[in-house]
Design a protein around this ligand. Structure first.
Ligand code: FES
Ligand code: CO
Length: 339
């Protein structure tokens, strides 16, 4: 599926940039092939418009924020968050600015310390709910915000792929002595999938410290939800009562690349388990996945053409079926890379 060619994907919210990246000025982002510029207005609210001035097409993200508006670096026109041009330095103050002087604006809002953007006026679903992130009994540990040379769908499948842990995650948590994938209980949701499983995991010394569990092997009970199209929530309960919820999004940049947004929400405290060790361990896990995922075909076929399957691939197969049904419901056919 070529994500930039399937308009229905514009009807979802995606996390695009940490709010604090906008503290010192505007930033560009490419979402589903659409170049946008993001900034914070005077009230600290996020704004997102196309990153192309309607005058002579200069990139607005190279400009600066002036009184809550984005100022074009070429002739200084200023645009507000609705996309309207509110100042043209070349016009006398009493001359009306033509209504056609405007750029396309998109919805933007802040959630979980990220700016989320929807490229369509009518999103099909709200921003996915992570109640623990707003619960004072939990802490949020921001991990990674990086470009990933891989399709978002493969990144989502990978998280529910019980067949790869013992082969790929050999230095972190995979139990290399047991390649038989654990069973998974799957429940189809209207806008996603719920998957429950118990994964036998090994705990190298760093992970023992991170978990406060000093056993070499434990079982991770996971209750995960895939939110269509590219957000994953994975709630893990450990034998000592620790609850850790993984937030992972694969925001589609274009057909070949995704923006990884990855943080954990945990029920323990910094005084007991420092975040630095947790981040270090999870970086190793993510690098193990990245090394493999970047070698996969970036055009992931919803039709599953050219790929063979195992029973453990069921979650990914359901994801592809649900996305294919979504395209069909909105009158689209799957667009593929030209051979
Ligand atoms: Fe933006 Fe002229 S190109 S003001
Ligand atoms: Co993995």
């Amino acid at each position: 599926m070529l994500v930039t060619q399937q308009p229905v994907l514009k009807r979802f919210w995606y996390p695009v940039i940490p709010v604090n990246h906008l503290q010192r000025g505007p930033k560009p982002f490419e979402l589903l092939g659409q170049r946008i510029v993001l900034w914070l207005d005077q009230a600290g609210n996020p704004a997102a418009v196309e990153d192309r001035c309607c005058h002579r097409t200069a990139q607005l993200s190279k400009g600066c924020v002036v009184e809550g508006t984005i100022q074009c670096p070429y002739h200084g026109w200023q645009f507000d968050g609705s996309g309207a041009c509110v100042k043209v330095p070349q016009l006398p103050a009493d001359e009306r600015i033509p209504g056609s002087y405007r750029v396309k604006a998109f919805q933007a809002q802040i959630r979980y310390d990220y700016v989320w953007v929807c490229l369509h006026d009518h999103p099909l679903q709200p921003i996915p709910d992570f109640p623990e992130a707003e619960d004072p009994g939990f802490r949020v540990i921001h991990h990674f915000y990086q470009r990933f040379p891989c399709s978002g769908l493969r990144m989502m499948e990978n998280l529910l792929d019980n067949a790869h842990f013992s082969i790929v995650h050999t230095k972190t948590f995979g139990d290399t002595s047991n390649p038989i994938p654990p069973q998974m209980e799957l429940e189809e949701l209207e806008w996603g999938l719920r998957a429950r499983t118990a994964i036998p995991a090994t705990n190298p010394p760093l992970q023992q410290k991170n978990l406060g569990i000093f056993e070499e092997k434990t079982v991770r009970y996971t209750d995960a939800t895939w939110f269509m199209p590219f957000v994953h929530r994975g709630r893990i309960t450990y034998p000592n009562g620790l609850i850790a919820v993984l937030f992972m999004a694969a925001t589609p940049i274009n057909d070949r690349e995704s923006q990884l947004v990855h943080f954990w929400i945990r029920s323990d405290r910094e005084e007991d388990i420092p975040a630095a060790g947790i981040i270090e361990f999870n970086r190793m896990v993510v690098q193990e996945d990245e090394a493999i995922l970047q070698t996969t075909d970036w055009d992931t076929p919803l039709s599953m053409d050219g790929e063979q399957h195992l029973a453990a691939d069921k979650p990914g197969i359901l994801m592809r079926r649900k996305l294919a049904a979504l395209l069909k419901a909105y009158g689209e056919t799957e667009q593929r890379r030209q051979a």
